[in-house]
Structure formats: structure tokens, C-alpha cells
Design a protein around this ligand. Structure first.
Ligand SMILES: [Zn+2]
Length: 436
């Protein structure tokens, strides 16, 4: 039986080799898009009647009122606004909503990593369908290195999905992260890799990078409460020695660090340690806002998820989540006015993947951004945070042909971005909606 299988493999590979010799290298496919309007997030300007020529997976040419390119397959988006593929810099493909602690525990205790990964392939497809052609997935919540495998399968063309940067397991200290509250003699999984002490932190960073982490994710605070003076306080998780060791080890290996930091001490410690992005940042002290500007640390505010989970968590006894909505809005305004770099991120997975993460856009505008600023945060700023600005973030020659389109003008009605009906990633059309 084994010999038969080996023979078949040899025969088939021989056939393939023979076929390869007869075939010329494939010519890159040329596609032409006619966009009624094209938004340039770099300056917030628009161009009208733009022809975008795509060769293979990259953009070859962008020109206004360009003549038609003979022979190439034209895609008519003349009644659409085109913009670069969107970037969601804070996702969890391996999580399917966790309003309450029970929702979270169920996923870790009753679903195998294999099953969760199957669900994650659906999350990835959702992201692409909504127009998010790139995501930064900031930890697997107990599903190990499944994000690395998902990313590989997408990159190899096995399943459709967005470009991904992944953070694998994330780091937190003993006693700070679910699952919690079980009997001491009952071993339960944790949503993170637990590390204590600078050496364990360094070792975990080395381990995660060796297994494919693009980013290191740290949880730097927990147990939130509002002080009488309105400041959102917390218990910091890592000591400064631990945090500095983790950041130093990641940076030494040219990897970046994302910090879940929601309140006073967590944010302060994270910016002092020199992380690259503050995730959530519900409360950021004025001095820390200044430090973020000085050091160029990004703010990924994830406003919608806070509002989404607030009532459920308040019903479960944690009223602070309702108070945090206003605190978060105030912080967002302050950071925006101070010139902090803001990248669009949603925490989708923390809320149901059936909800389009573009629901974040109207909140960013409600709390002070112009629609053009919000679009920039989800394109060029996201690209810069990920270090991918030479490949994505604008519709420009040389960059990947990651282009989305929507009917109407999102610069006058930002909520339209929840209705993207054309998605191209790397020159391939993944969605063409009701477009003729
Ligand atoms: Zn998150």
C-alpha cells in the first residue's frame, strides 16, 4: 500500500514537472477600475473619474479621466466612491463575542482550538467582506498560535481573508486574566501566557516570536474604578522592570508591542516603558498624552466595543463600564486635539463578527474627527502603525491593489462605510455586491 502511494506521488509529481516545462510563466492579469470618485487619505482630497490600472496584485497607474486601456477587463465603479482597503488594527478572529465572563469562559472551556479556528476562518471572511483588507489581530484568547496558521492559510491562498499581523498568545501576570474564579485544584486554561518577572517576560517574547508572532501584546492593567475626581483608576499588572524587559526584548528583535491599557496607571507605565500602541485608552492623563505625542505612540481607541459591552457588564454588577463611556469620549477628544496618532481599531470578536466593525466610524466622528480624519485612521494611519505604508494605505502606483468602494459620499456621511459593496485585495475581486 505504501509503495503504491509512493508510486502515485512520483507519477503525479512527474506529470506536474512535465506540465510545468510546457507552460510559459503566467502573465500578470491586468484589470482596470473606473472610479466615480477616489479618496486620497494622505490629504483628504478627492479626484473624480479616475482610472486605476492594476497589474497582478499591485497598482500600476492611477489617473484622472484616463482613456480606456484596450483589452483589459474594465470594472465600472463610476457611481461609486473608491478608497484604499480598510485596516482594523484591533481584532480577535478567534473570539466570537464576550459580553459577560461566562461567554468568554464557555469558548475556552467548551470549544476546542480546532473548532475555534474553524470559526476564525469565518471571522476572516467577514473582515474581508466588510472591506477590511488588512487586520492586526491582537491575541488569540487561549487559542495558542492558531492566528499564525490562519495567516499562513490566507497568504497561501488556501482560504480567503485579509492581510494579517498577529500577536499570538499575549502576556499577563499570574492572577490577572481569565479564566478566574475556579477552585485552586481545578486546572483551567488562560486567555494569555502568564509570565512573572523580567526573565520570564523576555523568554515568552522570544518564544512567541519564534512561533510567528508579529506583535507582542501585553495586558498592563485591570480592575477599573472611577475615583471621586472622575479619574479612571486601575491595578497595574506588570512591574516597570517586567514591562521594560518585555518591550526591550521585542524591540531588540524589531517587533512592536501593543498594550491593552485602559486607565491611569496602566497607560502611564506602558508609555514610560515605550510600547508602540495603547489599546482602548479609556482614560489617559494629560502628561501621558504629551508623552505619546513626543514618542509617536499610537492610540487605538476601540470606542464601539465599550458601548457594546457596557450594559451587559453593568447588569452583571460592574457599573463602571457605563461610566467609562463618557470618560472614553473625553479622552478621545483630548488625544485628537493634542495630535496623538490615532489608528482605527474595533476589538471585533469582543463583539459579534456579524456586526460590521465599520460601526466604529460614526462614533469617531461623533467624538470629534472629521470623516476624512476617520478614513485616514483606518487606511494610511493603520498602515503606518503596521509598518506597511509602502504597500497599503493609499491607492497609489506600486502598492497592493487593495481597493474598496461604496455608493455615495462617505466624506459627507461616514456611516456609508458600513455598506461597502466592492472589495478587491491584491488585485482579486472578493465582493462586487449589487454593482452591474
Ligand atoms: Zn482586544
Amino acid at each position: 500500500m505504501k509503495i503504491f502511494a509512493a508510486l502515485m506521488i512520483a507519477l503525479l509529481s512527474g506529470l506536474c514537472a512535465a506540465q510545468d516545462q510546457n507552460q510559459k510563466p503566467p502573465q500578470p492579469v491586468t484589470r482596470v477600475l473606473r472610479c466615480g470618485t477616489l479618496i486620497n487619505p494622505a490629504n483628504g482630497q478627492v479626484q473624480h473619474n479616475v482610472t486605476v490600472t492594476v497589474e497582478g496584485e499591485r497598482i500600476k497607474e492611477v489617473r484622472e479621466d484616463g482613456p480606456s486601456t484596450g483589452g483589459a477587463q474594465a470594472i465600472d465603479l463610476s457611481d461609486h466612491t473608491c478608497l484604499p482597503g480598510l485596516v482594523d488594527a484591533h481584532t480577535h478572529v478567534l473570539l466570537q463575542g464576550d459580553i459577560t465572563a461566562e461567554d468568554y469562559d464557555q469558548q475556552l472551556l467548551k470549544q476546542s482550538v480546532a473548532y475555534r479556528t474553524i470559526l476564525a476562518t469565518r471571522s476572516a471572511l467577514h473582515a474581508l467582506d466588510y472591506g477590511f483588507t488588512t487586520i492586526r489581530d491582537v491575541e488569540t484568547e487561549g487559542a495558542g498560535y492558531a492566528d499564525v496558521d490562519l495567516k499562513k492559510a490566507i497568504n497561501r491562498g488556501i482560504i480567503p481573508g485579509p492581510r494579517m499581523q498577529v500577536a499570538t498568545r499575549a502576556l499577563d501576570v499570574t492572577g490577572a486574566y481569565p479564566l478566574q474564579g475556579y477552585a485552586p485544584d481545578v486546572p483551567v486554561p488562560h486567555g494569555v501566557q502568564l509570565v512573572d518577572g523580567p526573565d520570564e517576560g523576555r523568554k515568552a517574547v522570544r518564544e512567541q516570536i519564534s512561533f510567528g508572532a508579529d506583535w507582542i501584546k501585553v495586558y498592563v492593567d485591570r480592575s477599573y474604578f472611577v475615583r471621586p475626581d472622575g479619574v479612571l483608576d486601575d491595578i497595574p499588572t506588570f512591574t516597570m522592570d517586567e514591562l521594560r524587559a518585555i518591550v526591550d526584548e521585542a524591540h531588540r528583535q524589531h517587533h512592536k508591542v501593543a498594550a491593552h491599557a485602559m486607565a491611569l496607571n496602566g497607560v502611564h507605565n506602558a508609555v514610560e516603558a515605550g510600547v508602540d500602541s495603547i489599546e482602548h485608552g479609556d482614560y489617559i492623563a494629560d502628561a501621558d498624552i504629551r508623552t505619546m505625542v513626543q514618542k509617536g505612540i499610537y492610540y487605538v481607541p476601540t470606542i464601539y466595543v465599550g458601548e457594546y459591552v457596557a450594559q451587559g457588564r453593568a447588569n452583571a454588577g460592574a457599573r463602571v463600564w457605563l461610566d467609562m463611556i463618557k470618560i472614553h469620549a473625553d479622552t478621545f477628544r483630548k488625544a485628537l486635539n493634542a495630535g496623538v496618532k490615532i489608528a482605527f481599531g474595533t476589538d471585533v470578536g469582543g463583539f459579534d463578527w456579524n456586526i460590521d466593525p465599520a460601526i466604529e466610524f460614526p462614533l469617531m466622528v461623533k467624538y470629534g474627527m472629521t470623516p476624512a480624519q476617520a478614513i485616514r485612521s483606518a487606511t494610511l494611519s493603520g498602515a503606518e502603525l503596521l509598518g506597511m505604508q509602502n504597500d497599503i494605505g493609499t491607492v497609489s502606483p506600486g502598492k497592493y491593489a487593495d481597493i474598496v468602494a461604496v455608493k455615495g459620499d462617505p466624506l459627507s456621511d461616514i456611516s456609508l462605510l458600513q455598506k461597502i459593496d466592492f472589495v478587491m485585495k491584491g488585485g482579486e475581486v472578493y465582493k462586487s455586491g449589487d454593482r452591474k
